[in-house]
Design a binder for this molecule. Structure first.
Ligand code: ATP
Ligand code: MG
Length: 381
């Protein structure tokens, strides 16, 4: 008999040929999450198990944050042959309960001498005898005593919901444009949740933006790296480009031209890193550079799909997710972002592509991009 954590994952992904691939990937990610807790992780009988961990609650916290895990249950594993021992264990696990309960037995081993209704009845009876504070309610019980008979027996009372999604790495790679704001970390988290391995590009305008602003972005990347299983951050020096835009392009288009340069540079880094898409934290109409027309002009410079998972979110909804994934506090620190340094007084909200192209023709695009790429600093967090 031993204590372990029973891990459930979304069944929908388990159909067909991808199933072993998906499960192996999930096992690797869970191992990564619990490696300092001495947990042992394995799969058996369409389930993933964790045992031998030093601290149950920490282990639960870590595993429920791994993308691809849908719920977990701390369980007792024991031989199924000794039914008396199973009853005794169920009695002990329900000893401190009050209110109503129900026994839910499931039997995948159909040769087991008792069927599920018989197990429910017998174990239920024993629990009632041992605990006068409990009553059976088969429709709306407050507590469940679960008993699964597989090649071993598993008993558990708690089922703790987890983050869901798919294991990172099972759905390709993408590059996140990560600012120090609230939105972009949330956007990266949402795409990573779908099984995408992400890396991040940050544009830094030293000395207009400080080293502390850069540190803040790295802190955000560290937060994301827990769920993303590590993260590479490419810090791109952006001052020269911003100064050139400021000097040579119409002011009302400066933000959009800057955003187009960000996309071009991010795409180059993404291709080098084997990424297939870009991710931004934009949402329709949030600021002038995020009107539909403006988004169209930033999309126009890249041949990659641009994922904007927050496109239909209100700011308050984004903040809610940021709070849940614990990036809000860091994002709310007051350091400036490169976008805020040269903000035009009257940015164009219905930009004309010809005007942007005319402004951009005054810049030495290739030279500026290559100089920026030559100065990239790569940091693994
Ligand atoms: P955020 O809250 O994430 O900063 P925002 O609402 O402030 O976003 P903008 O400043 O217009 O919006 O930026 C839109 C998107 O462009 C961001 O979500 C992010 O993906 C990207 N971005 C902006 N600034 C930077 C930067 N300095 N480095 C990398 N990406 C950036
Ligand atoms: Mg911002």
């Amino acid at each position: 008999m031993r204590d372990l954590l029973l891990v459930r994952f979304g069944e929908i992904f388990l159909k067909g040929l991808n199933r072993p691939y998906f499960m192996r990937a999930l096992v690797r990610k869970i191992r990564y999450a619990v490696k300092d807790l001495q947990g042992e992780v394995w799969m058996h009988d369409s389930r993933i198990f964790v045992s031998g961990f030093s601290d149950l609650e920490t282990c639960i916290d870590r595993v429920t944050h791994v993308f691809g895990v849908h719920s977990v249950s701390p369980a007792v594993e024991m031989p199924k042959e000794d039914f008396e021992a199973i009853c005794a264990q169920a009695v002990s696990m329900t000893r401190d309960m009050r209110g109503t309960f129900k026994v839910v037995a499931r039997r995948s081993d159909k040769r087991y001498p008792l069927d599920s209704p018989a197990i429910n009845e017998e174990v239920g009876y024993r629990i009632l005898q041992a605990n006068p504070d409990l009553k059976v309610d088969v429709h709306h019980p407050e507590h469940l005593m679960n008993i699964e008979i597989r090649d071993l027996a598993y008993l558990y009372v708690r089922e703790i919901p987890a983050v869901g999604g798919m294991p990172v790495g099972t759905n390709g790679r993408a590059t996140l444009l990560l600012s120090g704001g609230i939105d972009s970390p949330v956007a990266g988290w949402m795409i990573a949740k779908r099984g995408v391995q992400i890396n991040a590009v940050h544009f830094h305008s030293y000395p207009y933006t400080s080293d502390r602003a850069k540190e803040k972005v790295l802190d955000l990347a560290r937060k994301l790296s827990y769920s993303c299983c590590g993260l590479k951050v490419f810090v791109v020096p952006f001052t020269e480009i911003q100064l050139a835009i400021h000097e040579k392009c119409p002011e009302e288009y400066s933000t959009l031209i800057m955003r187009r340069y960000m996309m071009r540079i991010a795409e180059r880094i993404a291709r080098q890193e084997g990424c297939e898409a870009l991710i931004t934290g934009e949402s329709i109409g949030q600021v002038a550079s995020q009107t539909m027309q403006a988004l169209g002009t930033t999309d126009a410079v890249t041949g990659m799909p641009v994922f904007r998972p927050l496109i239909g979110f209100d700011k308050s909804e984004i903040i809610e997710v940021a709070r849940r994934i614990d990036t809000l506090e860091i994002s709310s620190l007051p350091y400036e972002d490169c976008c805020t340094v040269f903000t035009p007084r009257h940015p164009a909200t219905k930009p004309k592509l010809e005007k942007i192209l005319e402004g951009e023709s005054r810049l030495e695009e290739e030279k500026l991009i290559e100089a920026a790429l030559a100065g990239v600093e790569t940091i693994s967090v």
